[in-house]
Design a protein around this ligand. Structure first.
Ligand code: SAM
Length: 220
């Protein structure tokens, strides 16, 4: 088993490479990545691979995304301190920890699989993250109690943009979401709600996520 010092060194090299390559573009995202190394959010048997820029398995047949994908979505979201953010698809809790570090306030994240709700809560506690609230449920319905949101980040692939997420977005707010096939490729979209309430969609490019399953997503 590699030492935690070695895991950290490897992680720092991954972060610096993503920064050099322009995938991580902001100091804020770079600092958040350095603060929360990915190995803290995967099972011990995957620690050796936590620095590799690929998705990794987490319990219940789900995945923690590749570091470059997480960086791309966080940079597209342009998170700023004080923003009210909802994440759909908690998984390991890693992305939620990074979001919380960037907005420096409470973050709400929804997960449909109870085993992962517990997994994420344990990971977040171990990592010392206190301002992430993991909510069990169907994130395609959003989370009305804390709406409206400045940003909504969906980390699973949807067949279409769920209407409740658009409704729960603030004017001037932004939704980052993969839309496309079940298990196949999706397109990553940046969806903006203008101050006047109009919806504008921009396609970023091709991505591959596990399916978003729920009332306004894929059916089980
Ligand atoms: N953001 C996660 C992380 O940092 O580890 C990775 C998310 S993983 C690629 C996608 C997650 O979305 C899975 O944990 C899956 O169970 C969850 N999911 C799928 N449909 C969902 C829904 N309707 N509501 C909430 N979570 C959902």
């Amino acid at each position: 088993m590699v030492s935690e010092e070695e895991l950290l060194r490897r992680w720092e090299r991954t972060v610096e490479r993503l920064f050099r390559e322009g995938v991580i573009r902001s100091e804020a995202v770079r600092r958040a990545f350095l603060k929360y190394p990915r190995y803290l959010f995967v099972q011990k048997r995957h620690w050796d691979y936590a620095h590799v820029d690929e998705p990794l398995p987490i319990p219940a047949g789900q995945t923690i995304s590749a570091p470059h994908m997480v960086a791309i979505m966080l940079e597209l979201a342009e998170l700023r301190p004080g923003m009210n953010v909802l994440e759909v698809g908690t998984g390991s809790g890693w992305n939620a920890a990074l979001i919380a570090e960037l907005v420096k306030t409470d973050v709400y994240t929804i997960e449909r699989i109870p085993e992962l709700v517990e997994f994420a809560r344990r990971n977040l506690e171990k990592a010392g993250v206190e301002n992430v609230h993991v909510i069990p449920g169907d994130g395609t319905r959003g989370f009305p109690p804390k709406a409206p949101y400045d940003r909504i980040i969906v980390t699973a692939g949807a067949p279409k943009v769920p209407e409740p997420l658009l409704e729960q977005l603030n004017p001037g707010g932004r939704l980052i979401i993969p839309v496309g096939g079940y298990h196949l490729w999706q397109d990553l979209y940046v969806v903006e709600k203008t101050e006047g309430g109009r919806i504008k969609k921009k396609r970023w490019g091709g991505v591959a996520f596990v399916p978003l399953i729920g009332e306004h997503g894929w059916r089980e």
